[in-house]
Design a protein around this ligand. Structure first.
Ligand SMILES: [Zn+2]
Length: 235
C-alpha cells in the first residue's frame, strides 16, 4: 500500500466533513439570522442618525424661539417709545415705525420657518417611531429564530465533531509531513489530491508531461501536477 492510499482515504473523509460544514453554514435559518442581524444594525444606525438630526433641529428651534423673544422685546419697547412721542417728532417716529415693522417681519419669517421645521420634526418623529417598531419586530424575530437555530446548530456541531474525529483518525495514518503538504495545497486548491485521467490531471484537466506520467507509473515518491500543484494519486 502506497503512503498515498492513506492520504486518499483522509481526503475522502475531509471532503465529506467540508461538505457538511458548508451545508451547515448555508442553513436557511443561519442565513436568515445573518440577514436579520444586518438589518437590525442598519436600523440602529438609522435611529442614531434620526436622533442626531432631531437634536440639531431642536437646538435650532430653541435659538429661533430665543430670537422671537428678542424681537418681541424690541417691538414692545418701540411701541412704548412711539406712544410717548409728540407729533413734532414725526421724523423719529417714522424711523421707529420702520424698525417696528422690520421686527414684525422678522418674527413672521421666523415663525414661518418654525412651522416648516415643525413639519419636518413631525416627519422625523414619525420615521423614528416606524423604525423603532420595525427594529423591535426584527429583534423579536431574531431571538425566536436564534433559539431554533441554536438547537439546529447543536445537532450539526455534534455531527461535525464526529466527522472531524473520523477524519483526524485517518489523518494519523498519514505521514505528518505529507499531511502538512496536503493542507498547504488545500489553501490554494481543493481537493488537493487528484487521480490522473488518462494523460490529464484529474483536478485541472491539463495534459501531464510524459516525465510526470512515467514518475507516476514507477511510483517514485510524491508527484504533483505542474499546473495546479495537486498531488497526483495513481491507485
Ligand atoms: Zn492539475
Amino acid at each position: 500500500m502506497s503512503k498515498l492510499d492513506a492520504l486518499w482515504e483522509y481526503q475522502k473523509a475531509d471532503l465529506v466533513t467540508d461538505d457538511f460544514e458548508n451545508k451547515a453554514k448555508k442553513s436557511p435559518r443561519r442565513v436568515k439570522l445573518l440577514k436579520l442581524r444586518a438589518l437590525i444594525a442598519e436600523m440602529q444606525e438609522q435611529l442614531q442618525k434620526i436622533k442626531e438630526s432631531l437634536a440639531a433641529y431642536q437646538e435650532n428651534v430653541a435659538s429661533f424661539q430665543g430670537e422671537i423673544e428678542t424681537q418681541e422685546g424690541r417691538i414692545a419697547s418701540y411701541a412704548t417709545k412711539l406712544e410717548g412721542m409728540e407729533n413734532s417728532e414725526s421724523e423719529g417716529a417714522a424711523e421707529l415705525m420702520a424698525e417696528l415693522r422690520a421686527s414684525i417681519d422678522k418674527v413672521r419669517s421666523i415663525e414661518k420657518q418654525l412651522a416648516e421645521m415643525s413639519n419636518s420634526l413631525t416627519g422625523m418623529d414619525r420615521q423614528q417611531k416606524e423604525v423603532r417598531m420595525k427594529a423591535m419586530k426584527a429583534r423579536a424575530e431574531y431571538s425566536q429564530l436564534k433559539a431554533a437555530y441554536d438547537e439546529e446548530f447543536k445537532g450539526a456541531s455534534e455531527e461535525l465533531g464526529r466527522l472531524r474525529a473520523a477524519r483526524n483518525a485517518l489523518g494519523e495514518k498519514v505521514d505528518a509531513a505529507l499531511l502538512q503538504k496536503y493542507k498547504n495545497i488545500k489553501l490554494i486548491c481543493s481537493p488537493p489530491m487528484a487521480k490522473p485521467n488518462g494523460d490529464q490531471c484529474g483536478g485541472c484537466h491539463m495534459s501531464l508531461p510524459s516525465v510526470v506520467l512515467t514518475a507516476l507509473k514507477e511510483d517514485k515518491g510524491i508527484v504533483e501536477c505542474d499546473n495546479c500543484g495537486r498531488i497526483l494519486y495513481q491507485p
